[in-house]
Design a protein around this ligand. Structure first.
Ligand code: ZN
Length: 173
């Protein structure tokens, strides 16, 4: 519990000046929702996995280093976050393709965070798409997220079912 609260505070501070793609939601709502999806839908109660979920975008999107996470949260949490961190030195399209290609080789814990992250992002795109995104861009995003998750190891039936149900509902509308 203490680790999870510490991760919440750490992530809130690191993301404090960022907003989600809709331009108004504070960024921290996203990592909190990823941790909540793991707990509420996936039934995950491991504090290191929940902390990694809260911290999953800190290396990629803030000035946080892997070393800092290791020191504050230990090597298990640091490794999960590193596994789900894109290399921002690569181009956008290369990073997107790498997520698909690397998905089968993620650890079980990183796979859980990856699925919950995609559930959170796909839900946001469906419910409140970024203002500059047209229908095609939303469709493409959702197709890409599906390709990533289809390539992941099967680690949690409830999360997988929830993810694919979101896609079915969206496509039926
Ligand atoms: Zn994320």
């Amino acid at each position: 519990m203490n680790l999870v609260l510490k991760a919440t505070q750490f992530a809130a501070l690191k993301h404090r000046n960022q907003r989600r793609k809709d331009g108004k939601t504070p960024y921290i709502i996203h990592p909190i929702s990823v941790a909540m999806i793991l707990a509420e839908i996936g039934g995950i109660d491991d504090p290191e996995i929940l902390s990694a979920a809260l911290l999953h975008d800190t290396i990629e999107d803030t000035n946080t280093s892997a070393k800092e996470l290791d020191k504050e949260f230990g090597s298990t949490v640091r490794k999960i976050v590193e596994e789900v961190t894109d290399n921002k030195k690569l181009t956008f399209s290369k990073r997107k393709q790498l997520q698909i290609d690397k998905a089968p080789f993620l650890s079980k814990d990183a796979t859980l965070v990856k699925i919950a992250d995609k559930i959170s992002n796909v839900s946001d795109v469906i419910k409140s798409p970024p203002p500059e995104w047209d229908q095609l861009r939303c469709d493409n995003y959702i197709d890409w997220a599906e390709a990533v998750i289809k390539n992941c190891q099967k680690v949690n039936k409830k999360l997988e079912k929830h993810f694919f149900k979101l896609l079915t509902n969206y496509r039926e509308e």
